[in-house]
Design a protein around this ligand. Structure first.
Ligand code: B4P
Length: 196
C-alpha cells in the first residue's frame, strides 16, 4: 500500500488538494474533519461530543478520533493506499496510527506538509464561511483558536515523522493547480511510478 499524510494548518488546502490527489494516485481519502462532520449531521453521540469542541475551535479528544479512524481503516479492504487528511493532529494520534498500520503490516510512505502564512489562512477560512455553513469558519476568534491549536498541539507531529526521512514541505500558496503540481512533483520524486 502507498499511504500518504497531507498535513498543514486549517485552511492550508488539505481538503482541496486531497480531492485531486486521490483521483490521480487512486488512493482512498480519509478526512477526520469530514468523518466528524458526517457524525454531527447525523447527531450521533460521537457527533454531539465532537461538535462541542469543533464549535470552540478546539481539537476533538484523541480517543474519539483514533477510534473513528480505526473503524474507518477496518471498513476498507483492497485499497491501493490511504490519503490521510487532517489526521494525525497530535503526536498521540501519530503513534496510534503507526500501531494501527503496523497491525496490517503497513506504514506511512510520505508526510507532506503544506505551508501557508496566517493572513492567507484566515482569509480563506472566512471566505469559505460565507458559503460552507460551517460554524467554525464564520468567526475570526474561532479561526484564531484553531490556528493556535495547530501551533500548540499539531505542528509537532512533523517532528515525529522527521527522523524517518518521510517529511516533505510544499508551498501551499498560489493557485490550486500550481500547488497540485508541486504536490505531484514531491510524490513522483520520492516514489517514481506511484501514479494509478
Ligand atoms: P478539517 O475538516 O480538517 O478542517 P480544515 O483544517 O479547516 O480544512 P482544510 O485545511 O482541509 O481546508 P482547505 O484548506 O482545503 O477540521 C475541522 C475541525 O475538525 C478541526 O478544527 C478540529 O476541531 C476537528 N478535527 C478534525 N480532525 C481532527 C483530528 N485528527 N483530531 C482532533 N480534531 C480534529 O480549504 C479552506 C478554504 O481555502 C476552502 O474554501 C478552499 O476553497 C480554499 N482554498 C484552498 N486552496 C486554495 C488556494 N490555493 N487559493 C485560494 N483558496 C484556496
Amino acid at each position: 500500500m502507498f499511504n500518504i499524510i497531507l498535513f498543514g494548518p486549517p485552511g492550508s488546502g488539505k481538503g482541496t488538494q486531497s480531492e485531486k490527489l486521490i483521483l490521480k494516485y487512486g488512493l482512498k481519502h480519509l478526512s477526520t474533519g469530514d468523518l466528524l462532520r458526517h457524525e454531527i449531521s447525523r447527531q450521533t453521540p460521537l457527533g454531539l461530543e465532537a461538535e462541542a469542541f469543533i464549535d470552540l475551535g478546539q481539537l476533538v479528544p484523541d480517543s474519539v478520533v483514533i477510534n473513528m479512524i480505526s473503524s474507518a481503516l477496518d471498513e476498507q479492504r483492497g485499497v491501493k493506499g490511504f490519503l490521510f487528511d487532517g489526521f494525525p493532529r497530535t503526536t498521540e494520534q501519530a503513534k496510534a496510527l503507526d500501531d494501527l498500520l503496523q497491525q496490517k503490516n503497513e506504514s506511512i510512505a510520505l508526510f507532506i506538509s503544506l505551508e501557508v502564512c496566517k493572513d492567507e489562512l484566515v482569509k480563506r477560512l472566512l471566505n469559505r464561511g460565507l458559503t460552507s455553513g460551517r460554524s467554525d469558519d464564520i468567526n475570526q476568534e474561532i479561526i484564531n483558536a484553531r490556528i493556535e491549536e495547530y501551533k500548540n498541539k499539531t505542528s509537532a507531529v512533523a517532528d515525529y515523522y522527521r527522523p524517518f526521512d518521510k517529511v516533505v514541505t510544499v508551498k501551499g500558496e498560489g493557485t490550486i493547480e500550481e500547488i497540485f503540481s508541486s504536490l505531484c512533483k514531491a510524490i513522483d520524486t520520492k516514489f517514481p511510478g506511484s501514479v494509478s
